[in-house]
Design a protein around this ligand. Structure first.
Ligand code: BGC
Length: 376
């Protein structure tokens, strides 16, 4: 469902626009901006953020995507651990969601319909009977404005996008912003801000896929997950929450203590069958300082996720089938990556018992999620 109407491919070979060094710290710490290509009549850039440890985060303003996260294993060997592409063409025509900021409404809205103040809003359907990830032309597929934040303590880039009134069926003009900061502690800090001029609904997330062995190196079933969520939201046959908030205790969804992702994934538990694996929103306890920890004993890499959001979509790459060829020519196979999408619960606009996703004029939605990398 790629939006051909907006697509014009211009391939640019490695033109460096400018480099910005952060003078307040060591020289190694910097942001480099290169032209990546042109689409929708706008320039697309690749930003390379290098922290004091010499670790690299690459971001593009197409979909405000994370394209590369290079961090060491326990022996100090560095590798990229997220899904993405080496070329502009790959980024534009490949999987829509790898590393993207998803909006205006991340995850599903049942039948593409919701009502605000008695008015029914109709959205384009792009996932069977439902709307997924803001619709086919959601925020993952647009060119954001970009600015290197020169006064930031750490390498940082700000992406902004003005989402017009009725874009993909949503009322209100929304001003969206995400700042990515790459700290010397190997944390990607994502600060989102949204305002609107009319009552609307907003749910933002980042859709990065991770494989702590290195992206494209086997599956993620041996990764050990701890997810501080005492409940999850069960889904129906088209992956819409039924409205139930079900305790995880005694189910294969209990990751409150560490379990390998693959340990129970093939159990004949109805929710795992409906999701084709894990593809569910977990109701975060929001008590522990770290909401999610993923550990890969082979590499020693650890990913921690810290968020102020109420939910976490844990998705085990059940729809990956090896057709996407990413960095270094490696295919992204079935269950070779997982996502931890912080956010509100799916289909919240149709579930009054879920935390509200309504954004009113005059209010600012502010939310932060951190991906932190380390070794054990
Ligand atoms: C959804 C999956 C979907 C994927 C698309 C996830 O957020 O939960 O069902 O296939 O996004 O990349």
């Amino acid at each position: 469902m790629m939006k051909n109407r907006l697509l014009t491919l211009t391939l640019v070979t490695g033109a460096i626009v400018f480099a910005s060094c952060n003078q307040s710290s060591k020289n190694k710490e910097m942001v480099k901006q290169e032209i990546y290509g042109t689409t929708q009549g706008k320039e697309v850039y690749m930003f390379t953020l290098t922290n004091k440890e010499g670790n690299v985060l690459k971001l593009t303003n197409f979909g405000a995507k994370i394209n590369w996260i290079e961090v060491p294993d326990k022996n100090g060997n560095k590798d990229n651990i997220t899904f993405g592409y080496d070329t502009f063409e790959g980024t534009i025509t490949g999987d829509k969601y790898f590393g993207a900021v998803v909006g205006r409404y991340a995850n599903r809205i049942a039948k593409g319909k919701f009502t605000l103040d008695g008015v029914e809003n109709n959205l384009p359907l792009n996932d069977g009977p439902n709307t997924l990830h803001g619709g086919p032309a959601g925020w993952h597929s647009v060119v954001w404005n970009a600015e290197i934040l020169k006064d930031s303590k750490y390498p940082a880039v700000k992406f902004t996008y003005v989402s017009p009134d009725m874009e993909e069926g949503f009322p209100g003009t929304v001003n969206a912003e995400v700042v990515y900061t790459w700290t010397d502690n190997n944390e990607i800090v994502m600060d989102y801000k949204c305002t609107t001029d009319k009552k609307t609904v907003v749910n933002v997330t980042n859709h990065a896929y991770f494989n702590l062995h290195g992206a494209g190196n086997g599956d993620i079933l041996d990764h050990v997950l701890t997810l501080k969520a005492s409940a999850f939201t069960p889904i129906d046959s088209v992956m819409i929450p039924t409205g139930e908030i079900r305790p995880v205790a005694g189910t294969p969804f209990d990751f409150t203590t560490p379990h390998a992702i693959g340990e129970r994934i093939n159990e004949q538990y109805n929710q795992l069958i409906l999701g084709k694996g894990y593809d569910h929103n977990f109701v975060l306890d929001n008590i522990d300082p770290v909401d999610v920890t993923v550990y890969d004993s082979a590499s020693g890499r650890v990913l921690e996720v810290i968020t102020d959001q109420p939910g976490m979509q844990f998705y085990t790459g059940n729809f990956l089938d090896g057709t996407q060829i990413g960095h270094g020519g490696k295919p992204y196979n079935y269950r070779s990556g997982f996502c931890l999408e912080s956010g509100h619960y799916p289909d919240s606009p149709n579930h009054p018992n879920f935390p509200s996703t309504v954004l009113n004029p005059g209010d600012t939605l502010k939310t932060q999620t951190i991906y932190r990398f380390s070794v054990r």
